[in-house]
Write a protein that binds this ligand. Structure first.
Ligand code: CU
Length: 297
């Protein structure tokens, strides 16, 4: 008796332990996916939060509809099967029910449409940039330029498995991360050098196609420091899975320090008097905001 209750206790404890571990695994990480994850990565921008809220609303609505339909089906199967109901009704019209099953779905769609359009407009209502970063896709890596910080640029490549540092997730970590300040509006000008790629960071609620010859504007305002990972999300060739995106959100002071270091490290990429070809790019970046907003509207 004692032994079996001990066994039961151990079983319950193990079960609770597994639940705690599972919950930790499912909800712990910020900015990256985890094994057995449920739901989205925690929202790191107001837009991502709005997306999550909208998702939750729709999830509640479809759950209620599904349960209601299931209850109706069960009721019909039990109450009106041929055995329980040998004399079938000959009813062919019921105005009240017909009006209800037309009006109620319309109302449900309205309830969904209002926050849906609100979210859509919030995404495309682009606030003025505090910082602009240009992201260019290549087969198969990203390169980034900071037009307002001297237009230095650098390539951002996957960290191979054997070179990973302890906290770096494989297929997400890169050698040179995009660095941005926290709580600032960052415009990302997304373009491609070859085929169509896609710049996507789930925690920011961002996903923008990178198309050669076009500058597409995306934006985010990260509200928490941290490292946020994403991946190219448009099938772009054999190494599509090997061109991840990593954005490091830091304080304003850390960002200023990083800019000084980056300007030194990537000085050779900055346009100077000896490189007139690069100046064309610099002029272009001054106009990018107009170009990008022209595309959106
Ligand atoms: Cu790609």
């Amino acid at each position: 008796m004692l032994r079996s209750s001990n066994g039961l206790g151990a079983g319950v404890a193990a079960g609770l332990g597994a639940i705690v571990l599972f919950a930790r695994a499912a909800f712990a990480a910020d900015g990256r996916p985890v094994d057995w994850q449920l739901g989205f990565q925690p929202a790191a921008t107001p837009i991502a939060q709005q997306m999550h809220d909208f998702h939750t609303l729709v999830l509640v609505i479809i759950t209620v509809i599904t349960l209601f339909i299931m209850a109706l089906l069960l009721w019909v199967m039990v109450r009106y099967n041929a055995k329980a109901n040998p004399e079938p009704s000959r009813t062919s019209h019921n105005t009240t029910i017909e009006v209800a099953w037309t009006i109620i779905p319309v109302l449900i769609l309205l309830v969904i449409a209002i926050p849906s359009f609100r979210l859509l407009y919030a995404q495309y209502d682009v606030p003025k940039a505090d910082l602009t970063v240009k992201a260019t896709a290549h087969q198969w890596y990203w390169s980034y330029a900071y037009p307002d910080q001297g237009n230095f640029s650098f390539d951002s490549l996957l960290v191979e498995k054997e070179d990973l540092k302890p906290d770096q997730p494989y297929l997400l970590a890169v050698d040179n991360e995009v660095v941005v300040p926290v709580n600032k509006v960052v415009h990302v000008l997304v373009t491609s050098d070859d085929v169509i790629h896609n710049w996507a960071v789930p925690a920011f609620g961002m996903k923008t196609d990178a198309v050669r010859g076009r500058n597409s504007l995306a934006w985010f305002q990260a509200t928490r420091p941290g490292v946020y990972y994403g991946q190219c999300s448009e099938l772009c060739g054999s190494r599509h899975a090997y061109m991840p995106i990593a954005v490091r959100v830091v304080s304003e002071e850390e960002f200023a320090d990083w800019v000084v270091k980056a300007q030194g490290a990537y000085a050779s990429t900055m346009p100077g008097p000896a490189a007139p070809a690069k100046n064309v790019n610099a002029d272009q970046s001054a106009d990018t905001q107009d170009l990008a907003s022209a595309e959106i509207h």
